[in-house]
Design a protein around this ligand. Structure first.
Ligand code: AMP
Length: 482
């Protein structure tokens, strides 16, 4: 199937061809006709599936009727709002919008916190059809009346599960209240907790359910390995592994900002070029570090989950978990940075005794027993071979560590409005099952039988999308739990 067959206007087809895409990905095949037809969408898709073009292309197609070469701001009202949880993701979506809209005179901008508002205000004054924003900074503009959302006809909520993790849901609800009721809304999430389903019910009207790859599915092109090791020897083992793969680049995940910086320094001291990105680094530092890594000037990028969100690096061969994530789903997110687009990838995890229970959670989620290989000279503590974890901790047993600097959200870097303005209490980073939702069960549509990449859609691209769908919570099998 070609992009032309999906009904996209020639300007978009040309831009897509310039980008080197020869055919749409499964999510694009599913989403594009549905969005062009004007339906709301509930999309189960992770990064790496081509989901950004999946919503950006039909969004541009629909807005093309407003395209104008006039310089008057009145001819460039804000028609589409795309919300993303992090600056990095917002920037990536913005880059995609720019790439695909190069032959359509629609204006786009990206607004996020941690930078001066004035340049964004000037930009918004020019008149901008497509605004890509992080929620906190968008609300800052709303408060200062520097953005007018009254003409928004399309809303995209990208990575809704991350929004929830980062405590943005109250902000999202506020933003929903500011938008015209008559609009088309698209929600994308890699996971579907009850809270996401509730949000979807509030935000979407008769949504079409689109799913590619079940949320717990990991790419088959990725080879997983666990190296059991004592916690004190982890960094030496990491240096050892990297020395034995001298030509590869690796993205190394850690849990805390402190470990992030220290580990990058340690590697540098051992002759391995490395840098760190985490939420305390300025936007410019993060961008520069990422660019250096993408350009191959750095061998190792050490990152926290929050900072690494949305990072899209072609052909990244290694993802290394220096510390296992405390949420099994984050393992899927992390290793999704490698093994993309059919390339081979390696997911290496350095696991000490006290992390074993997280390893069990991960294996349960991905339904795979990960081979364990002890590297001679880097043996684990004897406790590693005992049944449970050291000290019999629960699944969130490292709260002490979490309080000691576990990366949460880049929100702190954004100028804060009064807390009351933000919708009151902000929840902390959610656990895998904040409300008892059993994440170990695969996400399955109750109206289709998703098995492979392309399975699970409720509307095939060559069939007209169906109307009169049931509430999304029902579609996701969750109505009874609400
Ligand atoms: P995303 O899932 O949106 O983060 O996209 C992942 C990567 O796939 C990005 O680098 C896109 O440029 C690329 N991509 C998106 N659509 C296509 C396509 N149809 N063919 C080839 N690459 C694509």
């Amino acid at each position: 199937m070609s992009f032309a067959e999906l009904g996209l206007i020639p300007e978009l087809q040309k831009a897509v061809a310039d980008a080197g895409y020869t055919e749409p990905t499964p999510i694009q095949r599913q989403a594009i006709p549905i969005v062009i037809a004007g339906h709301d969408v509930m999309g189960g898709a992770q990064t790496g599936t081509g989901k950004t073009a999946g919503f950006t292309l039909p969004l541009l197609h629909r807005l093309a009727r407003h395209a104008s070469t006039s310089t008057s701001p009145a001819r460039h009202q804000t028609r589409a709002l795309i919300l993303a949880p992090t600056r990095e993701l917002a920037m990536q979506v913005y880059e995609s919008v720019k790439t695909y809209s190069k032959y359509v005179p629609l204006r786009a901008t990206c607004i996020y916190g941690g930078v001066d508002m004035n340049a964004q205000i000037q930009e918004l004054r020019r008149g901008i059809e497509i605004v890509i924003a992080t929620p906190g900074r968008l609300l800052d503009h709303v408060q200062q009346k520097t953005i007018n959302l009254s003409q928004v006809e399309m809303l995209v909520l990208d990575e809704a599960d991350r929004m929830l993790d980062m405590g943005f849901i109250p902000d999202i609800r506020r933003i929903l209240g500011l938008l015209p009721a008559a609009r088309q809304s698209l929600l994308f999430s890699a996971t579907f907790s009850d809270e996401i389903k509730k949000l979807a019910d509030q935000m979407l009207k008769n949504p079409q359910l689109i799913e590619v790859a079940r949320r717990n599915m990991v790419s088959e092109t990725i080879t997983h390995v666990v190296h059991p090791v004592s916690s004190g020897m982890k960094r030496n083992l990491l240096a050892h592994l990297l020395r034995h793969q001298p030509d590869t680049q690796a993205l190394v995940f850690v849990d805390t900002k402190i470990v992030c910086g220290r580990l990058a320094h340690f590697l540098e001291r051992h002759g391995i070029s490395a840098d760190a990105i985490h939420g305390d680094k300025s936007q410019q530092q993060r961008t520069e570090t990422l660019e250096a890594f993408k350009a191959g000037k750095l061998r190792v990028l050490v990152a926290t989950d929050v900072a690494a969100r949305g990072i899209d690096i072609d052909e990244l061969p290694y993802v290394i978990n220096f510390e296992l994530p405390h949420t099994a789903e984050d393992y899927v997110h992390r290793i999704g940075r490698t093994g993309r687009a059919g390339h081979k990838g390696n997911a290496v995890s350095l696991v000490c005794a006290e992390e074993k229970h997280w390893l069990n959670d991960i294996q349960k989620l991905i339904k795979l027993e990960i081979p364990q290989e002890i590297v001679p000279g880097f043996e684990p503590e004897p406790e590693f071979f005992e049944a449970g974890s050291r000290g019999g901790r629960g699944r969130r047993g490292s709260a002490d560590k979490a309080d000691g600097g576990r990366e949460r959200a880049p929100r702190a870097a954004q100028p804060a409005a009064p807390r009351a303005e933000r919708g009151g209490k902000r929840p902390g980073r959610s656990t895998i099952a904040p409300d008892g939702f059993d994440f170990s069960k695969p996400y399955e549509s109750s109206i289709a039988a998703p098995a492979a990449e392309t399975a699970g859609t409720t509307a095939k691209p060559d069939e007209p999308p169906r109307r009169g769908q049931r509430p999304v919570a029902f579609l996701l099998g969750g109505l009874g739990r609400k």
